[in-house]
Design a protein around this ligand. Sequence first.
Ligand code: IPE
Ligand code: IPE
Ligand code: MG
Length: 261
Amino acid sequence: MAQLQSDTDTTLAEKSALLNMPKHVAIIMDGNGRWAKKKGKIRTFGHRAGVESVRAAVRYARKNAIQSLTLFAFSSENWKRPDEEVSVLMDLFNLVLNSEAKRLNKNGVRLKVLGDVSRFDRKLVDKIKRAEEMTASNQDLVLNIAANYGGRWDIVNAAKQLMSKVSEGELDIAAVDETEFDKYMSTQGLPELDLLIRTGGEHRISNFLLWQCAYAELYFTDVLWPDFDEQAFALAVKDFNVRQRRFGLIGEQVETAEIES
Ligand code: IPE
Ligand code: IPE
Ligand code: MG
């Protein structure tokens, strides 16, 4: 599919609906270490190179009127990596916030960090807060960076908030359904997850958006994250464009609904 460019935002949004574009895409950005190793470099060289792919993914999402892009940058399990690698990843997160926050703001991108940020260094937490506040009113694209994020953490965190509301008498337990529960997930307010991409060749979720994946289309590619450019993103979206999402219905029901709408 040709990339949509040069039109106004409204036209882009209309076109994306027509072309069956995903509103919310999430990416497990995997393969940095192996990419570096293939080049005879240390793993962290791959993490640094991966920053350019993040820029490319944001560019692609903006050009194609994707409303929400969620990138898995650091999992709750990644703390178990060697100290040196964890420390480089934290430094990189700091650096990228310094260099990109203003540019994202200028480009109408709203930045959100999903995950338990309480484990991060105070300075980093402040920086995250400032970037989130600065970009809070931007409407073109929501860029969610999942950092110290775990899908199970997200569900437990939501359950805890719900339980506290119930115990304080602010919520009736009988009123807790999927819609109510969803209000406490870190992705609250974002469109439903349409497409989950994993680079780096592994076919697993690695504790990413477990609740949100319920009806997401999954796309796996062997491309290593530092090689994932706008073209590679376009291929994933092209694959999504032609899939039939049935949500439990049968194909004929979906086709009839499409004709009628
Ligand atoms: C993904 O790349 C980045 C993070 C998990 C932070 P990896 O570092 O997992 O790279 P591989 O999978 O070892 O190649
Ligand atoms: C998933 O990649 C986490 C991120 C991309 C941030 P991992 O490399 O940590 O996943 P596993 O360990 O191969 O499952
Ligand atoms: Mg990996």
